[in-house]
Design a protein. Structure first.
Length: 495
């Protein structure tokens, strides 16, 4: 899932629990972060599993009756906003509150968002709910992994095992969320599904509230405190940004039908600004500057990959609703259940990929080659849809989608964890966090593009859509393979 892109933990100098092995051999405090992350993923993917169909289903079906193309754009914009928010969450942690406090407050914001979706009627509930969930999820995503990192000293041999358990919690939540919210939505209605997502997040918040006092002081540390004389400036900037957004909404510049395009524009501007700030800095050594240039082709391919992969929550949802045979022994499976397939493959295959890379050691493919394979495999996944293209209403067999999502997962594991790893390897010493933020911007941009492109999907004429996008991804991967040597030369020894 997209959560394989949780940011790598920063180096820490203090840790707790060196002898604490009360949670499967890990520090007991890990259980509390594991729990809040699991329930956050449960609520996040549970809600997202039914969000799109809620937007475009008719009022008679319990939905809002929004045009399907507009609805896909909204979902894409929301997904992009989540990843944009990780940058805000990381900045607040680094400059104001520390990771642990931002994680806690973000969980509260997420609860408020899910409650809004469950209780507030119509478009108001969607607007308030998605804004709050996007802000909260971005803050939690940006800081949960950092908090886990503070539980271990840098040389603690349990460190990798602890992160593996944490990653298991992410995917357990992502697996269970769509199953249960989808079941409630299909039997009792959408707001019951949204309500269950809220209940799940409340459980995670309660557990974390009880256990957060056991976290080490390093989790609350503020690495680069903002000087108090700068507080007024940044408050003014924040207020001005909110005012500008409100004015643009009220004047009709930002509308439901162009949200994805707005997020794309904002992300492109942020990306250019980030690259410009880093590349023009006098604090960079020539080798570091070269490595940042080497990251640019990887960034482009990453955007292309996520533009297809994140259509799990747009086009694949429509496909599952209108084209997939969801009959299970006479009972129709809820649409949202399709979203639970990918986490199963992630849990199974992530360990396999890790073992393969470890065994190959220095003989494994270089990062540009892995990125290229990821794009090519993702393109092939889209071409697989052509086998059943235009075959009729609810005619695609369920096993076909299972197979396609297996290919999705293989592609993801060539890019998502590898991208995080290489962003830290290529990062200049003075811009370690910003390079990780750049990788997140590639996910944000790709997710928003996925929503924008999905507005072109027509279930009655699928061949051009899947053929063109799949081919573009394959060509992008082949192009990166062709320039692997010069890219590696720019990367200056980083493989």
């Amino acid at each position: 899932m997209a959560d394989a892109t949780s940011p790598p933990e920063p180096p820490v100098t203090t840790a707790s629990g060196d002898t604490d092995r009360r949670f499967f051999g890990q520090p007991r405090a890990l259980a509390h972060v594991f729990g809040v992350e699991m329930w956050e993923r449960f609520s996040f993917y549970g809600m997202q599993g039914i969000l799109l169909i809620y937007l475009y289903y008719s009022a008679q079906q319990g939905g809002l009756g929004i045009d399907q193309a507009v609805a896909t754009g909204i979902v894409g914009a929301y997904g992009g906003a989540v990843y944009l928010s990780t940058i805000l969450g990381a900045w607040i942690a680094d400059r104001l509150l520390g990771s642990e406090r931002v994680l806690f407050f973000s969980a509260i914001v997420i609860v408020a968002g899910h409650v809004s979706l469950a209780l507030l009627p119509g478009v108001l509930g969607v607007g308030v709910g998605l804004i709050l969930v996007a802000l909260g999820s971005g803050g939690l995503k940006a800081n949960a992994t950092s908090v886990v990192g503070t539980l271990y000293s840098p040389d603690d041999p349990r460190r990798d095992g602890g992160f593996s358990l944490f990653y298991l919690g992410i995917n357990l939540g992502a697996f269970l969320g769509p199953l249960l919210t989808g079941l409630l939505q299909s039997t009792l209605g959408f707001h019951w599904g949204f309500g269950l997502a809220a209940v799940g997040m409340v459980l995670g918040l309660i557990q974390y509230s009880i256990g957060r006092r056991n976290l080490p002081a390093a989790a609350r540390a503020v690495p680069n405190p903002l000087p108090r004389n700068k507080y007024g400036l940044w408050v003014g900037i924040a207020v001005a940004a909110v005012v500008v957004i409100v004015v643009l909404v009220l004047t009709g510049v930002i509308r439901a039908d162009n949200l994805a395009a707005v997020v794309i524009l904002v992300t492109i501007v942020a990306t250019i600004a980030y690259f410009a700030v880093i590349l023009t800095s006098r604090r960079l050594e020539p080798v570091e500057r070269s490595r940042v240039f080497g990251f640019i082709p990887l960034f482009i391919v990453s955007v292309g990959f996520w533009s297809l992969y994140q259509q799990q929550f747009t086009v694949l949802t429509i496909y599952s609703d209108e084209r997939l045979n969801r009959d299970l022994f006479g009972w129709e499976m809820p649409v949202a259940w399709v979203q639970s397939i990918n986490p199963v493959f992630i849990i199974i295959l992530s360990g396999v990929f890790a073992a393969v890379w470890t065994k190959l050691g220095r003989r494994q493919a270089t990062t540009p080659v892995k990125f290229a394979f990821g794009a090519i495999v993702m393109g092939l996944a889209f071409l697989l849809f052509l086998v059943w293209a235009n075959s009729g209403q609810n005619a695609t067999p369920l096993l076909a989608i299972v197979a396609i999502l297996f290919v999705f997962t293989v592609a993801e594991l060539f890019i998502s964890p590898i991208g995080l790893s290489v962003s830290t390897k290529l990062a200049p010493a003075a811009f370690h966090t910003q390079m990780v933020a750049l990788f997140f911007l590639s996910v944000a941009l790709g997710t928003a593009v996925a929503g924008q492109v999905a507005t072109l999907y027509d279930p009655t004429n699928e061949v051009p859509y899947f053929a063109i996008l799949g081919s573009i991804a394959i060509v992008l991967g082949i192009a990166l393979l062709a320039v692997t040597k010069p890219v590696l030369a720019l990367m200056k020894g980083v493989r």
